[in-house]
Write a new protein. Structure first.
Lengths: 204, 338
């Protein structure tokens, strides 16, 4: 992985891109945050931070970040919401799963900029003051983890799995939870937890 | 990840202008200075790996409003390119009239990735060849034209046996594209001079001597839709892989049949996991036409589908496996109740 600013060739390409795209009907990020209807004068300068407003667990969060920042890194490094875990950082393990709107996604492959204006729900947003979410309680009741590193992603994924209607059988749960890897192999207990919580979640 | 300039396109014209303006003549699409961002599941991944190095990203997700419809019109189908894999897979009418599409999508990736990834992005996904994905391997004709191919005499168990060249044996990894091939789908492309339609089969290019050029799409062009003529309820997607879920195909087959009482009127067969591009097995199809189906015929068709296959040290097993997948997919399609 590289954080260098690229070769001479790509520096030239970048100028060409910015010059070529200037004046087209695109909404620049900084201006978009400031004024929704603003037209692009020039694309965002990659060397400058970008202002972005994220909606996380019902709260509005204003950040000034590098355009490369993923939702996962915005959550963990900028908002100190470290419940979402970084496993592979390539969309393969599911440890970083969050809900965007009502959809489960891998936050490591989602740019924070691309999630602007959408409601993000993380593991920290599930419990109310006195009560765990039924899926959190079910994971405890069924001992559905050992080391716990994959658990926040498993729980976020499991809630969506139930709401999608994919928790009707053990086979369905296993198929539709396959994007969440558990290296402790707590799978039988995870399936049991999802089965336990499903009726309560479907009741609303 | 290298720095990039991010822009959000609010309409198709702005999107293709931004992508096209940055394009230098004769640049392969995969190396274009500006890349479109849809679901991001390939692009962001490959940018983190430093395999893709765009200076600019044009976020086309705002176009989803006009480009994500799932429309069954007359006896045909039109799918917007920004429709999410998960939404198309779960669509009741798609499941009923085009099971090969629904199942190719359901058996791909994970629930999270299917929620993110779009149909257009899915067909544009890059190979999973480990020598391509790891930039510390110097020899990759796809990444660095003329540098050689580390897979050729490396660990090539996952690599292609059909459509290979002496420059590249990287497998086309997707599933949905095979369904489109089997359904003789068309692809609609939006560029600066408007939209054009062409057979989906003309989108992907076999590696030949230019494995860095993967499609006929030009920088500044976007896939805006796919369309299929007719209903294909007798269609199957069968996928063999190393684990039961969430894995790329070792071998897959998309089969669409028009058959009655065991006699095949029309047959289309596409192969995945075994070829450098979504592969149409035309010679195999021809053997089925007008014939009464039985297991012997299935075997001859499967043999024909792999007649040109060339295995290497670790992937020759795919030829035997692929034949069984084709035969079984045909058996399933012939006997399915519709």
């Amino acid at each position: 992985m590289s954080n260098t600013s690229g070769s001479k060739q790509s520096a030239f390409d970048r100028r060409a891109f910015m010059a070529g795209a200037a004046g087209s009907a695109l909404v620049p990020l900084t201006a978009r945050a400031a004024a929704a209807e603003a037209r692009a004068a020039a694309p965002q300068d990659p060397a400058l931070p970008v202002d972005v407003t994220l909606h996380v667990n019902g709260k509005e969060k204003r950040l000034s970040i590098d355009a490369r920042t993923t939702v996962l890194d915005a959550l963990r490094d900028h908002l100190k919401l470290t419940g979402s875990k970084k496993g592979c950082d390539h969309g393969q393990c599911g440890a970083c799963t969050v809900l965007i709107g009502d959809r489960r996604v891998v936050s490591c492959l989602t740019l924070a900029l691309a999630a602007e204006g959408q409601e993000i729900t993380t593991i920290e947003g599930l419990a109310t003051d006195d009560h765990l979410h039924p899926m959190q309680q079910a994971f405890i009741d069924n001992d559905a983890f050992q080391c716990g590193y994959c658990t926040p992603g498993q729980i976020m994924s499991a809630i969506a799995c139930v709401k999608e209607g994919h928790a009707g059988s053990e086979a369905d749960i296993r198929e539709y939870m396959s994007g969440n890897i558990c290296r402790c192999a707590a799978y039988p207990n995870i399936v049991a937890a999802v089965k336990q919580a499903a009726p309560e979640i479907m009741k609303g | 990840m290298r720095p990039f300039s991010y822009q959000r396109a609010t309409d198709p014209t702005a999107a293709v202008q931004a992508l096209g303006a940055a394009a230098a003549a004769n640049t392969p699409l995969t190396k274009a200075t500006a890349q479109p961002l849809a679901g991001g599941t390939t692009l962001i991944d490959l940018m983190k790996l430093d395999v893709m190095r765009p200076a600019g990203i044009v976020d086309i997700n705002p176009l989803a409003q006009g480009w994500s419809a799932i429309e069954l019109k007359g006896d045909g189908l039109r799918l917007g390119a920004l429709a999410k894999m998960a939404d198309v897979a779960a669509h009741a009418e798609i499941e009923r009239h085009y099971p090969v599409i629904a199942n190719s999508l359901k058996l791909a990736a994970s629930a999270q990735l299917r929620n993110m990834a779009t149909l257009g992005g899915n067909v544009m996904q890059r190979t999973r060849c480990s020598y391509f994905r790891d930039v510390t391997y110097e020899n990759c004709n796809k990444r660095n034209p003329g540098s050689g191919c580390a897979a050729m005499d490396g660990v090539n168990r996952m690599h292609a046996v059909l459509g290979v060249s002496d420059q590249c044996i990287a497998t086309y990894p997707g599933d949905f594209a095979q369904a489109l091939i089997a359904l003789d789908a068309m692809v609609e492309i939006t560029g600066r001079s408007g939209t054009r339609n062409m057979p989906f089969a003309e989108l992907h290019k076999a590696p030949g001597s230019t494995p860095d050029i993967e499609t006929t799409l030009q920088p500044g062009e976007l896939i805006s839709a796919f369309s299929v003529s007719g209903r294909w309820p007798r269609s199957v997607y069968l996928k063999a892989r190393d684990r039961q879920s969430y894995e790329f195909a070792l071998s897959s087959a998309a089969v669409a049949l028009d058959a009655q009482d065991g006699t095949v009127r029309e047959a289309r067969i596409a192969l995945g996991g075994v070829a450098t591009v979504p592969w149409r097995a035309r010679e195999a199809e021809a053997l089925l036409k007008g014939q009464k189906f039985d297991d012997g015929l299935a075997q001859r068709v499967a043999d024909a589908a792999f007649a040109e296959a060339r295995g290497r040290r670790h992937n020759s097993f795919k030829i035997a496996l692929g034949k069984r997948v084709v035969a079984r997919a045909l058996q399933q399609a012939v006997t399915m109740e519709i």
